[in-house]
Design a protein. Structure first.
Length: 435
């Protein structure tokens, strides 16, 4: 089976090369729509390792040339890009440079969203004077939001809607997280674009028409998803998807936690597996998870055996439990494309109604623990949350079926109260009242 090559990479003869699409606004200036550059290798893993550096080099060349030629109308060939870079020293990371890099490299952003984000970031760069990203602070972020509120829309002439302002905030907050991941801003600094639209006292909260009310996944739905995966051998990550769904069901882990597991994180204890979750979303998320099902342990052993003899698709995947997973997203997580594949499979189910997603496996696990009477501290320990709040009931099990624990609780209440009122004479009392 032929697998599609990773983004930007193609084969020219027997050697891998990189194809970079020039942004539309620069195509007339440069005189072409794309730049092709050989990666000088026949090995896909090595080509993937070189891809990021090659893209960075092309983008630096491109932006240096665009800045130098912006005042003229001449077309600049690719050959002159490198020559121009030798004459023009690279500048520090500015808003425009980093915004272009983010949108050029970002995976999973829809085309319409990419265009909208580019407009938002360009407006912010114009307002801020295209300063270096290290100079961005909370004061600038608040001032820019006030500027947007006071500036009428070019299309309607009316003030920007709350939804449009929210789009700016989401875009800029995501942009800051990318800058933080690249190490271009202070990692200890709070995101300056968070809560820019915080409500004033007494102001009613805006209803989000796109808000979803997600619930735990049922066993029947989970079995249907597993059956769909097993029946479709054409799925690129069929083997990985099958095991991940089974592990999500019995561990209540996040998908990225399972996808990022390394062989060194697994310990076979014979009757169970101990999984060391590291680099989790939070500090409390770094924990030990145990797989106790006999069939699940058997599948894990087989996956470990295959992982040891499978060539990793990227050098970073060495020692990974799933070495075939392509990394994606701005933070290059191994679960990026796996998650997309599972979402596509989920939406392909005939009875899927959109009220659950892959994170719903975590909701199901916590709901089951609540119904089983497991203490709050133990629940939070195994799902990776701090023990100060009972997030199990307030978040994950909020829409779960908790009828069993509720019934058990009222039975305990009834016993503790020594039964109902009337001490067995309730019917006699009722008869007297009727008379």
């Amino acid at each position: 089976m032929n697998h599609p090559l990773p983004k930007h990479i193609f084969k020219r003869g027997k050697v891998y090369a990189l194809r970079y699409s020039i942004p539309t606004e620069y195509q007339q200036l440069i005189g072409k729509k794309e730049i092709v550059r050989s990666l000088g290798t026949r090995d896909l893993g090595e080509a993937l390792a070189k891809r990021g550096g090659a893209i960075d080099e092309i983008q630096r060349d491109l932006m240096a040339t665009v800045e130098a030629a912006a005042s003229g109308t001449v077309r600049v060939s690719e050959g002159r890009l490198s020559a121009h870079l030798k004459r023009t020293p690279s500048k520090a990371a500015t808003i425009r440079d980093t915004a272009h890099r983010w949108l050029a490299e970002a995976d999973g952003i829809a085309a319409a969203t990419r265009v909208r984000y580019r407009q938002h970031l360009e407006a912010f760069a114009d307002y801020a004077g295209n300063i270096e990203v290290a100079e961005i602070n909370r004061e600038l972020a608040l001032a820019f939001m006030d500027h947007l509120k006071a500036t009428p829309s070019d299309r309607t002439g009316q003030p920007l809607s709350h939804r449009s302002l929210g789009s700016y905030q989401v875009c800029l907050a995501s942009y800051w997280r990318v800058l933080e991941h690249w190490g271009l801003v202070d990692g200890d600094m709070k995101n300056p674009f968070s809560s820019l639209l915080r409500r004033l006292a007494g102001q009613r909260k805006k209803a989000d028409p796109r808000k979803k009310v997600l619930r735990p996944v049922t066993r029947a739905e989970a079995e249907a998803l597993l059956g769909y995966i097993a029946a479709n051998p054409s799925l690129k990550y069929q083997r990985e998807m099958f095991l991940v769904v089974r592990l999500l069901w019995v561990t209540a882990c996040r998908l990225n936690e399972i996808a990022a597991l390394r062989l060194s994180d697994l310990s076979d204890k014979g009757d169970h597996f101990a999984l060391q979750i590291s680099n989790a979303k939070t500090e409390a998320g770094n924990r030990v998870v145990m797989v106790v099902g006999k069939d699940d342990c058997r599948l894990l052993r087989e996956t470990v055996r295959l992982a040891k003899i499978t060539e990793p698709v990227q050098p970073e995947n060495a020692d990974l439990l799933f070495p075939r997973l392509l990394r994606g997203g701005y933070d290059k997580k191994p679960g990026h494309y796996l998650g997309k594949a599972l979402e596509k499979a989920r939406k392909s189910l005939p009875d899927h109604d959109g009220t659950w997603d892959m994170h719903s496996f975590r909701r199901t696990g916590v709901s089951a623990l609540v119904n089983a009477g497991v203490a709050k501290e133990a629940r939070n320990l195994v799902v990776g949350h701090s023990n100060k709040d009972d997030i199990g009931v307030s978040v994950y099990a909020k829409r779960g079926d908790l009828s069993e624990v509720i019934k058990t609780t009222f039975e305990a209440l009834y016993i503790e109260l020594e039964g109902g009122l009337g001490n067995g004479n309730a019917f006699n009392c009722m008869e007297k009242i009727r008379c």
